[in-house]
Write a protein that binds this ligand. Structure first.
Ligand code: GSH
Length: 215
């Protein structure tokens, strides 16, 4: 059964149909009229405080527009998956490889070999995703894109891995750093830092320190 959105017309519950349209999720919209200023009984039957919006999903009835927006966003599977993949799987994988490489520089130990295979698998998945979609969650830029960029760029100075052959990812990185918001943030936060969006592994952090005469 699809999500039901109860909208009190001329009210802040207008946020909910817009969110559903933007996310292109199926939903049933139920319109309620003010009677004449406050909510009609049909809303009060759903929410004792009588405020709108109210959403229903299966057995759940939920009020408070921010709670409704959070609930819907969290059930938007593509966004949720890629947001969590970025920091729950991809970044830990590279961090683990960084640790392994401290002991096994050539990454030829069983852990190193397995790590390289897993990273390649993840990069392939990601490459396919951003070849088929402009942004990680689909057509719209989301926090999932903000979450992943560190692991694909700056993290590579700590564990310098290659992105050669991953044309989808390289194009995606160009799109990311082309965003005005990214450029403003970078100019304020890390103005001297290389973008690290090329296929070749960037200089390691140690090499950067040496080049700068700091070690
Ligand atoms: N914090 C609540 C406020 C909701 C709210 O006050 N909605 C107003 C419409 S703008 C409402 O339902 N008014 C009718 C009433 O309280 O009877 C939310 O974000 O959902």
């Amino acid at each position: 059964m699809p999500l039901t959105v109860h909208h009190l017309q001329t009210s802040q519950s207008e946020r909910l149909p817009w969110l559903c349209e933007e996310l292109q999720i199926p939903y049933t919209l139920v319109l309620h009229q003010r009677a004449p200023f406050f909510s009609p009984q049909s809303i009060k039957d759903l929410n004792p405080l009588g405020s709108a919006p109210v959403i229903q999903d299966g057995g759940l009835t939920l009020a408070e527009s921010a709670a409704c927006i959070e609930y819907i966003s969290h059930n938007y599977a593509d966004y949720l998956y890629w947001f969590h993949f970025s920091n729950g799987t991809f970044q830990p994988q590279i961090s683990t490889m960084l640790q392994i490489s401290q002991l096994d520089k050539q990454m030829t130990s069983p852990g190193g070999v397995r790590g390289k295979e897993r990273l390649a698998k993840m990069l392939k998945l990601l490459d396919e995703r951003v070849t088929e979609n402009t942004w990680l969650a689909g057509d719209e830029f989301t926090a999932a894109d903000i979450m992943i960029i560190f692991s694909l760029t700056t993290m590579r100075t700590f564990y310098p891995y290659s992105l050669e052959g991953y044309q989808g990812i390289l194009g995606y990185l160009e799109r990311l750093v082309g965003r005005e918001g990214f450029q403003r943030a970078r100019a304020k936060a890390d103005p001297g830092l290389e973008l690290m969006i090329g296929g070749e592994p960037p200089l390691s952090y140690g090499e950067r320190l040496k080049a700068a005469g700091k070690i």
